[in-house]
Write a protein that binds this ligand. Structure first.
Ligand code: SF4
Length: 353
């Protein structure tokens, strides 16, 4: 057994431990954890500075998870109806797909889009994953494969490598992406051995998931550096979460720390309409205002795109702050990041000959 696997075994999954540590009612925690699986690594738990902070909210079961909300759904992204291989392979866009290879996560995020899968015994039998890979082989339009889960990095190196090797054997698969939260929750997983294996399968991208600046401590930054040093481009997908990162100063600190760790902030996602997450929801305008609070106030590379993954599998749409405030013929009126007004003289539309 590798060191990271031993560390994972020490993760906390007993609500009694949390009840005692934070003086919370154990029966309530048990009720929530009985519906939506609970586990948190000791590393992530150690990042909590106080009850209710941005790390606490992400990993500690909350009774609000059991509140009904008619706007929320079990499968908000319509992954079921868009499956090419049920539970294994989803195609929602013309040229790419998502291959689920693991049902496990080191810590279970309370806002996860796939909460419906928490606590279920999902069959990730290698034969079923192979069925997914076979299906990719039969679809020549699939040039980009996102390897997801659960967390793919919870597989052993040899299991993950066998999947990557099979994908690389498919001539039309140009890009492989892996989505993981391990640099934040189990940084020990990013071993030298793992990155040595990954770099054999370029072009390979790793999309990490970091939501709060307190997640970027020396151990997690070192894990990201190991990946970056292997020539693996790193992108971050952050979920906008009430009480976690819906604050301009916190978000800016997060994005700047990511960039410093050689991770490009890629998307800021509106929290999906997942059941059991109503306490994390923010109005759409909040995300637009947050992006507006960043543009030009920090380097453009640190500013992600604000995206909404539309319910029902309709795909992602981007929202940007509106800096164009009107027009008068060829004159377009803009408002800049300081609120100053400026006119721009546009070129007339070309008249076809
Ligand atoms: S690591 Fe990702 S898949 Fe796993 S619980 Fe967190 S958000 Fe969900």
């Amino acid at each position: 057994m590798e060191r990271w696997q031993k560390i994972l075994q020490s993760a906390v999954s007993d609500p009694a431990v949390i009840a005692k540590k934070f003086q919370l009612p154990e029966d309530t925690l048990r009720r929530v954890a009985g519906t939506f699986r609970f586990r948190v690594t000791k590393h992530f738990l150690s990042l909590i500075k106080e009850k209710g902070d941005g790390i606490f909210r992400q990993c500690i079961p909350d009774p609000a998870e059991l509140e009904d909300d008619p706007d929320l759904m079990k499968d908000p992204l319509g992954e079921g109806p868009h499956a090419l291989v049920p539970g294994i392979l989803v195609k929602r866009y013309p040229d790419r797909c998502m291959l689920f290879v693991s049902g496990e996560c080191a810590s279970y995020c309370r806002f996860c889009t796939r909460k419906r899968r928490f606590g279920q015994k999902i069959d990730f039998d290698p034969a079923r994953v192979e069925e997914g890979i076979d299906c990719i082989r039969k679809h020549p339009e699939l040039r980009d494969v996102l390897v997801s889960g659960g967390d793919p990095f919870l597989l052993t190196d040899s299991r993950l490598e066998s999947i990557l090797r099979r994908l690389r054997e498919i001539p039309h698969v140009e890009i492989i992406r892996i989505g993981t939260r391990t640099p934040s929750v189990l940084p020990e997983r990013i071993t030298v051995k793992l990155v040595r294996m990954l770099k054999k399968y370029h072009p390979l991208y790793v999309n990490v998931h970091v939501n709060h600046p307190a997640e970027l401590v020396p151990k997690s930054i070192a894990a990201l550096e190991r990946l970056a040093d292997a020539g693996i481009p790193l992108r971050c997908q952050t979920v906008l979460l009430k009480g976690v990162n819906d604050d301009p100063a916190i978000l800016k600190e997060l994005l700047q720390k990511l960039l410093k760790a050689r991770v490009k902030p890629y998307y800021l996602f509106q929290c999906d309409l997942v059941y059991g997450t109503r306490h994390f929801r923010t109005p759409l305008q909040r995300g637009i205002d947050l992006i507006d609070s960043l543009q030009c106030w920090t380097t453009g590379m640190a500013v992600p795109r604000f995206m909404v993954d539309l319910p029902g599998g309709f795909g992602k749409v981007g929202f940007s702050p509106e800096h164009r405030i009107g027009s008068d013929g060829r004159i377009i009126h803009f408002r800049n990041y300081r609120g100053e007004l400026c006119d721009y003289r546009d070129v007339p539309e070309e008249v076809p000959e």
